[in-house]
Design a protein around this ligand. Structure first.
Ligand code: FA5
Length: 344
């Protein structure tokens, strides 16, 4: 009988504590189930009047029951305290949320995409290449053998290639992709190759050791692609890129992989061609080299001698970025200062 009573009190108490959500109700329950005058206390006090056999059974049960109820009370106390805290805390759901910081593309990456878009609309395909390139594709395939003085035109980072199949360099220009591409494709083709190039030279406001170029190649059968195509496409490109007409100037030049060769300048947008440190007071900025692809390059690619004709150019994208954004020191683009990058 006592046993059943204890079990009933514990069940009832546990349930009551589990449902309690208010402090006052909790206080009542604590008094009722754990207080000095609670039913369980009465049972414990009355143990002495029971038979030894009943005492042996009911004693441990009542003590254990008290522990169970104390645990249930503790849980209820914690829960009620947290409810209280939540209701006291004022949450203003009309306050605007905090915007998470989102990064953006590097200005050169963005311009690379722009260049790709402009050329795609002109029917050019975008082609990639490798930055660590063999001496062969960077120089020999472009008609610059190792004993040729033109090797000195581009200061090169040579890579320790001991034990490797070839001598490797950090490509000095995107022209390194020319013969790689031609070996795998037959004209006609029109491609643009944006990417990084590297020069082992002292840096200044318009020279960086790591900079971006984009190469452009248009090749077809002899007589179908001329210097006039090149000049027209370049002018169209600059109009799109800068959103206005830019003066362009071709100067006769020399590259072993083009004949004839040109140096390509555009009027300095930073100073309106009046003269500034970036254009070295000349009003013109050298943007790149260009020319009609040398037959020796076609031969290196395995094409029949004299069958094809085309133009190639390699323009400095970082130099164009300086003009477009009015940046007077090229080194800012690559030195990793986030305060500079955030402005774009
Ligand atoms: C070349 O790199 C040739 N491959 C260009 C070419 C391609 C000629 C196809 C003919 C046919 P050059 O070394 O002049 O040429 O570099 C081309 C352009 O890259 C320069 O006009 C300049 O805009 C940019 N450039 C070169 N070196 C640097 C540098 N250190 N920092 C920033 N831009 C550079």
């Amino acid at each position: 009988m006592v046993k059943e009573n204890i079990a009933r009190i514990i069940e009832e108490g546990k349930e009551a504590f589990a449902l309690a959500t208010e402090e006052m109700v909790f206080a009542e329950l604590e008094k009722k189930y754990l207080g000095r005058k609670s039913d369980l206390s009465d049972i414990l006090k009355g143990l002495k009047d029971l038979s030894p056999e009943e005492k042996r059974e009911a004693g441990p049960l009542a003590n254990e029951g008290r522990l169970v109820l104390e645990r249930a009370a503790e849980e209820a106390r914690t829960r009620i305290a947290s409810f209280k805290l939540a209701s006291e805390e004022h949450i203003d759901i009309t306050v605007p949320g905090r915007k998470p910081a989102v990064g953006h593309l590097h200005p050169i990456t963005r311009l690379t995409h722009e260049v790709e878009d402009i050329f795609s609309t002109l029917g050019f395909s975008v082609v990639g290449g490798q930055e660590v390139e063999t001496e062969f594709y960077n120089f020999d395939a472009l008609n610059i053998p190792s004993d040729h003085p033109a090797r000195d035109m581009q200061d090169t980072f040579w890579i320790d290639s001991e034990g490797l199949d070839s001598q490797y360099v950090l490509r000095t220009h995107t022209s390194s992709v020319q013969v790689r591409y031609m070996e795998a494709h037959t004209p006609p083709f029109r491609i643009v190759i944006p990417g990084r190039a590297f020069r082992n030279e002292a840096t200044d406001a318009s020279h960086e050791h790591t900079y971006h170029q984009f190469e452009c190649l248009m090749v077809d059968e002899r007589g179908k692609v001329t210097v006039a195509h090149f000049k027209h496409i370049a002018e169209m490109f600059f109009r799109e890129f800068f959103g206005r007409d830019v003066k362009v100037r071709l100067r006769p030049s020399f590259f072993p992989f083009t004949e004839p060769s040109f140096e390509f300048d555009i009027s300095c947008i930073l100073c309106d061609a009046k003269g500034c440190p970036v254009c070295k007071q000349s009003g013109w900025l050298e943007i790149g080299g260009a020319g009609m692809i040398h037959q020796k390059v076609f031969e290196k690619a395995g094409y029949d001698a004299g069958k094809y004709q085309g133009f190639a150019w390699g323009f400095g994208l970082t130099r164009l970025a300086m003009m477009k954004y009015g940046v007077t020191d090229i080194r800012l683009f690559m030195d990793g200062d986030i305060r500079f990058i955030r402005q774009f």
